[in-house]
Design a protein around this ligand. Structure first.
Ligand SMILES: Nc1ncnc2c1ncn2[C@@H]1O[C@H](COP(=O)(O)OP(=O)(O)OP(=O)(O)O)[C@@H](O)[C@H]1O
Ligand SMILES: [Mg+2]
Length: 632
């Protein structure tokens, strides 16, 4: 047996939530048995939660808390929602560095429950529970998977059929309207944009794969991003959800590798990829990998994907078959590097998709660890590329640490703006009425694919159970589900077997699922960027979609202003009552009182937030931290 097979890894902890799927057990039993859960968390207690399962409102803290020594000011304020910790890629074991991150956060609630039990570790970004581990092979922190049962899950083999590899959905009626969006490139000497894929001068096989993917002309982020990357420049790119950012970085990278004759070799015990792509969730990185595999089809360039929740032995065997483009969630990536299976000396490209998330408190330490891994070329000697639909300015400043001085900032449309192909409707609710209102909404959506976002994993199980009982074919995805279940859930949703997917924020970013016509924010997120990403699961690639959000003035008042701003920025109707709520909300114009700035431009520009807030902490205690809860 391979030595790495001996490693123990945890699965994604409790496999709750399957009872309603399998019919085994009732949800009452399932959930009430969790009582105060292993994290000592709460749901934000809607009454029916309490009534049916003995949940008790909100307010318990994350105990050991999170916080980064370097950025501790982000923590300690506001909410503590341990129950929401839904994240990816559990690199975060409880060794020194991470342990130090605890503590800041504990100011929120009653605190104390849950986290301490892990001896300084905490539930990692991959939703996996990690014990305190120190594996010398892993550079200090394991993928968090060194305790508990071994993960044996191996994903099903991928089809080699071209019809499957190149399966895609059609661009929508508004695809051509992308060309009307204002584009701003800041920084010195940006290369000229291309207008067509022909101008990109892609090599033959890549060009063929682009055509087979149904791409006829580039989207704006591709028109500008491709030549920028091909010119060897570092890039921070912002473009709305669903507008083709993935191909904007994959195509120029693959083009260069193919032009240089890069070819995968299985004759090396240490694989040295030319490109590394990181993303915050397992499903997203897998999707990026599938895109890379599609564009590299029939060439000698071999992409590989690594993420938590699947067998490490399998992962490493895949790497050893040859690896040019390594796609990974941070924890597993650091793990395979730490195990010596990946060398970095040939690395030319480092891509952070969902870059603002990758540099937010939850992942920033991992990103720093990645760029300081042995052999990692200095930023001057590699190309670093960042992509997202949102870029809070504090994150932009931080991102500069990873980029060359002369990086270009590409903004397609309003930075942080919602996709205007999504019709946004805000419905005023009370916590008591939400569930019935959800049923009302789902009556109108019928069998059309609908994603319902909730705040916590437990809430996801509740709502999914409830909907199943109401005979709505529903599945769910969140961090307490095992990887197998998560992939099954996504598969059932994609295929239409379950047209309703209840999800935590783990599914908020990047996922590109055909025919998602509706997004319901059953619980509003606590930061506006998160909202923008969530509703962006619909209205993609020029198609239209609809997003309904339940706004409970008691719980969501803090979001009123930024919500009004996003709605008006996307030419959506703003209900009078919401305007009033925004007016009476505390905070200053343009700010989410919980701290996160909405729209921003290149932070290097004069008069920007950066300058306005000189001398202040980079991030207020806030949304960012809360957001992390949702992911970690
Ligand atoms: N030039 C193109 N022509 C046709 N379809 C395209 C083109 N570029 C991308 N697409 C398709 O558009 C969809 C959305 O692309 P992608 O997932 O890259 O968006 P994104 O900008 O990364 O969104 P998000 O912010 O949600 O991550 C995908 O199905 C992709 O294959
Ligand atoms: Mg994307």
């Amino acid at each position: 047996m391979d030595d790495w097979d001996e490693d123990t890894t945890t699965t994604s902890s409790t496999a709750q939530g399957s009872s309603w799927n399998t019919g085994k057990g009732g949800f009452g039993g399932d959930h009430s048995s969790r009582g105060t859960d292993e994290n000592g968390n709460e749901d934000k207690g809607s009454s029916w939660n309490s009534a049916e399962s003995g949940f008790r409102g909100r307010g318990r803290g994350r105990g050991g808390g999170r916080g980064s020594a370097g950025r501790g000011f982000r923590n300690g304020g506001g909410r503590d929602e341990g129950g929401a910790d839904d994240n990816e890629d559990g690199f975060v074991g409880g060794t020194g560095g991470r342990g130090a991150r605890g503590g800041f956060r504990s100011g929120g609630g009653g605190g104390g429950s849950g986290r301490e039990g892990f001896g300084g570790g905490y539930r990692g970004k991959d939703e996996e529970v990690f014990s305190k581990v120190s594996d010398p092979n892993m550079g200090g922190e394991a993928d968090g998977e060194n305790a508990g049962p071994k993960v044996t899950y191996v994903p099903p083999a991928l089809s080699e059929e071209e019809s499957s590899i190149f399966a895609h959905y059609e661009s929508g009626i508004n695809f051509d309207k992308y060309d009307d969006i204002l584009v701003d490139v800041s920084g010195s000497n940006p290369p000229k944009a291309i207008m067509t894929f022909e101008e990109a001068a892609l090599c033959e096989s890549l060009n063929r794969n682009v055509s087979k993917s149904g791409y006829k002309k580039p989207t704006p982020v591709q028109k500008h991003g491709i030549p920028i990357i091909s010119a060897g420049r570092d890039l921070m790119a912002c473009a709305q959800t669903g507008s083709g950012k993935t191909a904007a970085f994959l195509l120029p990278i693959l083009q260069k590798l193919m032009a240089d004759g890069v070819a995968a070799s299985r004759f090396s015990e240490v694989q040295e990829p030319e490109a590394i792509i990181v993303a915050p969730t397992r499903e997203l990185i897998n999707q990026i990998y599938m895109e890379a595999r599609k564009f590299a089809h029939g060439t000698c360039v071999r992409p590989v994907v690594v993420y938590g929740g699947i067998s490490t032995g399998y992962t490493i065997r895949e790497i050893l078959k040859g690896c040019n483009v390594l796609c990974g969630t941070p924890g597993r990536l650091l793990d395979v590097i730490g195990r010596g299976k990946i060398g970095l000396s040939k690395l030319r490209y480092l891509v952070l998709d969902e870059a603002d998330r990758m540099l937010d408190m939850g992942f920033e330490p991992d990103m720093r660890k990645l760029v300081s891994s042995p052999g990692m070329p200095r930023k001057e000697d590699r190309q670093t590329l960042m992509f997202s639909a949102t870029y809070p300015e504090d994150i932009q400043r931080l991102a500069a640490d990873f980029l060359k001085m002369d990086y270009l900032f590409l903004a397609v449309g309003v930075v942080g703006g919602a996709c205007s192909d999504v019709e946004q409707v805000v419905v005023q609710v009370t916590k008591f009425s939400k569930r019935d209102q959800l049923l009302d909404v789902l009556k109108t959506t019928g069998t059309e694919r609908t994603m319902v976002f909730v705040e916590t994993k437990r809430q996801a199980d509740f709502i999914a159970t409830f909907l199943c009982q109401e005979k709505v074919p529903t599945t769910s995805i969140h961090g307490d589900r095992e990887q197998r279940e998560r992939e099954q859930a996504l598969g059932d949703f994609r295929s239409g077997k379950c047209p309703v997917l209840v999800a935590t924020s783990v599914a908020a970013r990047g996922l590109d699922i055909k025919d998602v016509q509706h997004v319901v924010n059953f619980d509003l997120p606590n930061n506006i960027d998160e909202y923008v990403h969530r509703i962006g699961r619909t209205g993609r690639c020029g198609n239209t979609g609809k997003a309904v959000c339940f706004f409970d003035p008691e719980a969501n008042g803090d979001l009123a202003r930024s919500l009004v701003k996003v709605l008006s920025g996307a030419q959506q109707e703003v209900p009078k009552w919401l305007e009033e709520a925004a007016f009476s909300a505390h905070g200053t114009t343009g700010f989410n009182p919980s701290g996160r700035v909405f729209a921003s431009t290149d932070s290097r520009k004069a008069g920007s937030f950066q300058n306005d807030r000189a001398g202040q902490p980079a991030v207020a205690p806030s949304a960012a931290a809360d957001d992390d809860d949702e992911w970690e």
